[in-house]
Design a protein around this ligand. Structure first.
Ligand code: FAD
Length: 389
């Protein structure tokens, strides 16, 4: 088989790239390790920036998002039993949208199918070859048969555990990592959200987050040890723990119900540089991971794809190489700012017993400063709604 852009991974990065390229008349083939049902069933991000929403509109996958997505003009920060609102709209003129990654993925699959896009799922042992030559290619196996796809470029959209990043020679690749000493225990439940907007709660027992996917679907998290056993967290224990970490009014308003998904996610900051080697371009989680506190993971994947689709379009339409050459540097400038913000939100809101009593007091002072300073709230707001592309 032959195509222009070979894409590894059918997560949001790979699907969105393939869709944007197709609209510009550029061919691609996606190779995905898992089945489509598996990819569509993953419960992940939920908050999208204005820039991501606009890119989904450019990709013509916005109809359901604009109908069902919920604009959020602010968030709540809770500590010392009180709740404070950060008014994104008032401070920056902009807002975010709550629309689940699961829904975005479904919309993208439907759009790719409608345009006749090629997505090969359950592809085993996918490997990029010749990435430092002008004729790279991909190999994979399906139903026991070996296949090869020749392409002009390879997009590594295969997430943190994918094969693309590992294909960059070790003496070229630099990685930067911070692993946090706790995880997030998350529950999805078919219950109305406790509040209209997200609540980020700092509490002596640990961080908690009240989020949502729709008016009838809630997503809640509590900070927990990363090696915690899910079997030790029946629903009742989770709801009790969440209630204890929320301000009284929220704890009283909380509607509980059976969990329809429960999982523990580790928290990690990670960046790989460069994001390009020869004809291989990394995008999304393949190149960087953020702790979910700042709601940036999916949004960073989208901004990478904005830069990559623009660069590939300039190459195919105008024979221009400059944007491809600048890809890694352009992405990393935005990536590192989102890394900084996600690390800062995580540091501000979680419990870090290893920082001692002094660290805990400084944290409370910073929270108090944040909710009483227009400058500090504006800094949070402009990062949360998303820095410009
Ligand atoms: C548990 C969890 C919770 C999260 N919560 C949030 C959140 O609340 N807010 C937020 O902003 N972000 C969140 N994220 C991050 C967000 O989901 C990711 O940033 C986003 O999915 C990145 O998209 P991607 O397409 O780059 O990678 P992925 O979604 O990881 O997609 C990569 C795809 O590549 C495939 N693949 C991997 N290896 C291979 C291979 N060798 N061959 C072929 N295919 C391969 C995978 O199966 C997958 O389908 C969360 C992530 C996780 C894991």
């Amino acid at each position: 088989m032959k195509t222009q852009v070979g894409i590894i991974g059918s997560g949001p990065s790979g699907l969105l790239l393939s869709q944007l390229l197709d609209l510009q008349g550029i061919e691609s083939v996606i190779l995905e390790r898992q089945s489509r049902e598996h990819v569509m069933g993953r419960i992940r991000a939920g908050v999208i920036e204005q820039g991501t929403a606009d890119l989904l509109r450019t990709a013509q996958v916005h109809a359901r998002m604009d109908r069902e997505g919920q604009p959020h003009d602010g968030v709540n920060i809770a500590f010392n039993g009180e709740r404070y609102r950060i008014d994104f709209k008032g401070l920056t003129g902009s807002a975010v949208m709550v629309y689940g990654q699961t829904e975005i993925t479904r919309d993208l699959f439907e759009a790719r199918d409608a345009l006749g896009g090629t997505i090969i799922d359950e592809a085993e042992d996918v490997r990029p070859h010749g990435i430092d030559t002008d004729s790279p290619y991909l190999t994979y196996r399906k139903h026991g048969e070996a296949h090869r796809i020749d392409c002009d470029f390879i997009a590594g959209c295969d997430g943190f555990h994918g094969v693309s990043r590992q294909s960059i020679p070790a003496d070229v690749l630099h990685t930067y990592e911070k692993v946090y000493p706790f995880g997030w225990l998350g529950v999805l439940s078919q219950t109305p959200p406790v509040a209209d907007e997200l609540i980020y709660a700092h509490h002596a027992r640990g961080f908690a987050l009240c989020s949502m996917r729709s008016a009838t679907l809630s997503r809640y998290y509590v900070q927990c040890p990363v090696d915690e056993d899910l079997a030790d967290w029946p629903d009742d224990r989770f709801w009790d723990e969440l209630r204890r970490r929320l301000p009284d009014d929220a704890a009283e308003a909380l509607v509980t119900g059976p969990s329809i998904e429960k999982s523990i996610a580790p928290l990690r900051s990670f960046v790989a540089e460069p994001m390009r080697f020869g004809r291989l371009f990394l995008a999304g989680d393949a190149a960087h991971i953020v702790p979910p506190t700042g709601a940036k993971g999916l949004n960073l994947a989208a901004s990478d794809i904005y830069y990559l689709s623009r660069a590939l379009t300039a190459f195919y339409k105008d024979g221009q190489q400059a944007l491809l050459d600048a890809y890694s540097e352009t992405c990393l400038r935005r990536v590192w700012k989102a890394e900084r913000f996600s690390w800062w939100m995580t540091t501000l809101l979680h419990q870090f017993p290893e920082n001692g009593a002094f660290g805990a007091r400084v944290q409370l002072a910073e929270l108090d400063y944040l909710v009483n300073s227009k400058a500090a709230m504006t800094a949070l707001a402009e990062n949360y709604i998303g820095l410009p592309y």
